[in-house]
Design a protein around this ligand. Structure first.
Ligand code: G
Ligand code: MN
Length: 252
């Protein structure tokens, strides 16, 4: 499966995986660096495709092809539907969960009614949900995106700007996108203990986020030395293989 180069073949694989129920929800913890009594456990939901031989495929392998063929919104909807059903049937799990929303979903006028409908059909506090959106995707669909954020924020849902610093970042959009959290892109985090430029960039992003009243998450923390730097900078949350690797959502 991993050697498939042809995009059309990926599209077939993905369509069949939907039918064969081979998509899985994984989760990866985000840890607060200054734990407070009020902090609930937080996770980001990650999609995985399980192979017949027991292997697991990351979306980075099939998502680019799927996005070009317009399949991304069906992944996002699958994730929302299945996560909400999980929360409904697992009242002992009181954690908060973040879901990634693709650019296509943000530009699709059907996304907001879909999410509102799924919220109405399930019984858990909406404040436990957040959506991660990339700035690039948000900019491409700015009006649709602003409307979606404002409507869902009114229901208590939170928003994070994902992969911040990558793509066409502009300070102007920070003002227009009312996200409460900024996720510092992993490219700046990996190796920041050995790279003065990365260190300076992460410090600047963190300071800017705090001045704007936003919390910061450092993505893709892979070493103890990186973690020590992030602690010193005062980043609010850390996420990555060194903190906690992605694990299957416990579905018993
Ligand atoms: O774009 P986003 O930040 O949502 O991407 C999340 C992806 O990053 C996941 O598929 C996850 O498996 C991967 N990931 C999580 N932790 C790490 C890490 O510490 N290092 C690297 N390189 N990737 C990570
Ligand atoms: Mn993310």
């Amino acid at each position: 499966l991993r050697r498939i180069g042809d995009e059309m073949q990926w599209v077939n694989v993905v369509s069949q995986a939907f039918e064969a129920h081979r998509f899985r929800l994984y989760r990866q913890a985000k840890l607060p660096l200054l734990p407070r009594a009020t902090d609930t456990q937080q996770y980001e939901i990650l999609l995985r495709l399980s192979e017949e031989d027991g292997g697991v495929v990351s979306p980075s392998e099939f998502l680019p092809a799927a996005e070009r063929y317009g399949l991304a919104p069906s992944f996002d909807r699958w994730v929302v539907r299945n996560l909400f059903a999980y929360l409904d049937t697992h009242p002992d799990d009181t954690a908060s969960y973040a879901v990634n929303l693709s650019g296509r979903s943000l530009g699709d006028p059907g996304t907001l009614p879909f999410i509102l409908d799924e919220l109405a059909r399930h019984d858990f506090a909406a404040a436990r949900i957040s959506f991660e959106i990339t700035e690039t995707a948000a900019i491409d669909n700015l009006d649709e995106c602003e409307r979606l954020i404002l409507t869902l924020q009114a229901r208590g849902i939170h928003f994070a700007l994902d992969d911040f610093g990558k793509g066409h970042s502009s300070f102007g959009y920070l003002k227009r996108l009312p996200a409460d959290t900024l996720k510092i892109d992993g490219d700046f985090v990996r190796g920041l203990d050995r790279d003065r430029e990365k260190l300076a960039i992460v410090k600047a992003m963190h300071t800017l986020a705090h001045e704007l009243g936003k919390a910061t998450v450092a993505e893709q923390v892979e070493t103890e030395a990186e973690l020590a730097c992030l602690r010193k900078i005062g980043v609010d949350y850390v996420q990555g293989y060194f903190i906690s690797p992605p694990e299957p959502l416990p579905l018993d």
